[in-house]
Design a protein around this ligand. Structure first.
Ligand SMILES: *Cc1c(COP(=O)(O)O)cnc(C)c1O
Length: 379
């Protein structure tokens, strides 16, 4: 593969990354995935999500930096979980399983429910009571999953799912299932294929830490296959009230408005630390206030509506920019453009309540031309 000159690729997209008759991540990247001719492929054409050049954020970062947003909210069920779920459900099918189960802060269950429906399998979901966004709950329910609200947090629900799936013929489809990680790593392939090389830095939210594990695995495999020549620096962000990796111990009662990363004891903790250390990156935290500011900025300046957890990546980007991190650690010659990808993990419509709570309600006005013109500044 030809590596384009980074000087000339500021907002240029590799034309070969546009795929006609797209059939989902398994077909596109099957040589990198543990599938055979016998694997039934259960797909909703997940993946192939846009990598969007961020004008406003790039300007904020300053000369020689280009920020790209990987908009994973455009997957079929509205989050990146679909990349892993197409693999997990396809393999469960191949193995003759008839039921799958997961614990979920919402998106895993939405995705599992949809792919299980497509495969004709039973899906059982444990959610933490009262801590799941309405959009996600509605998805699991309408796809016909059996949803049980556990009077406890995500970590407790996951523990129960592990116990049950170890004893009974039900397939676990949390990211502890290695096929989930396999599917999710395709996102890093897409980024490299689109940019023509790996980004200099990647910023992403960290919850249960499966996704940072998957991206890092993907980048390393692409390097081993000589598709890219260098690896990105991995920068993960937890929410301040749910930052076990940053603080160095599990958090009993994790708290944050970013429900998708409200996790106190990440299943892939060690793998996340490995991604951080092997790439020379960091795992840091951002406050709910910083997350909400990034959430509003993405919507109002970049035109992209994400759920709060996804905004943690941009909140992290802005925190590091403030600390002058990128200029301090960038090794490229000063005339080269350093590319930064931010992973936007889920769609804003998952959690519309949060948007409405964050912004002023619309003003009520008389149905009167003059009153409206006065209001909008034309009279
Ligand atoms: C699952 C999820 C995360 C966290 O990913 P992990 O793999 O658990 O670290 C972040 N954002 C959204 C929208 C998610 O659904």
């Amino acid at each position: 593969m030809k590596i384009p000159n980074p000087n000339t690729t500021k907002s240029k997209i590799n034309p070969k990354s546009q795929i006609p008759n797209y059939e989902g991540v398994i077909k596109r990247y099957r040589e990198y995935l543990p599938v055979t001719n016998k694997t039934p492929i259960i797909t909703l054409k997940e993946g192939n999500t846009p990598l969007i050049y961020a004008n406003y954020l790039s300007k904020m970062l300053g000369k020689n930096f280009a920020v790209y947003l990987k908009y994973e909210g455009l997957n079929p069920t509205g989050s990146f979980k679909d990349r892993g779920m197409t693999m997990a459900i396809s393999k469960a099918c191949e193995e003759g399983s008839s039921a799958v189960m997961c614990a979920s802060t919402g998106n895993t269950s939405a995705s599992a429910a949809a792919y299980a429906a497509k495969a004709g399998m039973k899906c059982i979901v444990l959610i933490p009571k009262g801590a799941i966004a309405l959009g996600k709950l509605s998805q699991s329910l309408i796809h016909g999953a059996q949803v049980l609200a556990v009077d406890g947090n995500f970590d407790a629900a996951l523990e129960l799912v592990r116990e049950i799936t170890a004893k009974y013929p039900i397939t676990l489809v949390n990211s502890l299932n290695p096929y989930r990680i396999e599917g999710q790593k395709t996102a890093s392939f897409e980024i490299c294929d689109t940019l023509g090389s790996a980004p200099g830095f990647q910023v992403m939210p960290v919850g249960n830490a499966g996704n940072i594990t998957a991206y890092w695995k993907g980048y390393k495999e692409y390097k081993a296959k000589k598709k890219i020549t260098r690896l990105p620096v991995m920068l993960g962000f937890q929410a301040e009230g749910a930052a076990p990796i940053v603080r160095g111990h599990p958090i009993k009662e994790p708290q944050t408005i970013a429900t998708a990363i409200r996790i106190g004891n990440p299943a892939s903790w060690l793998q996340a630390e490995a991604a951080r250390d092997e790439s020379g990156g960091l795992i840091d935290m951002v406050s709910d206030k910083q997350i909400l500011a990034a959430y509003k900025l993405l919507a109002s300046k970049e035109g992209i509506f994400v759920e709060p957890a996804s905004a943690a990546s941009v909140a992290g980007l802005l925190k590091l920019k403030k600390e002058n991190y990128f200029r301090r650690v960038t090794k490229s010659p000063s005339h080269q453009v350093t590319r930064i990808t931010c992973i936007l993990t889920g769609h804003g419509l998952k959690d519309p309540d949060r948007a409405i709570k964050s912004i002023k309600e619309p003003r009520v006005i008389k149905p009167n031309l003059k009153a409206i013109l006065r209001e909008i500044g034309y009279a």
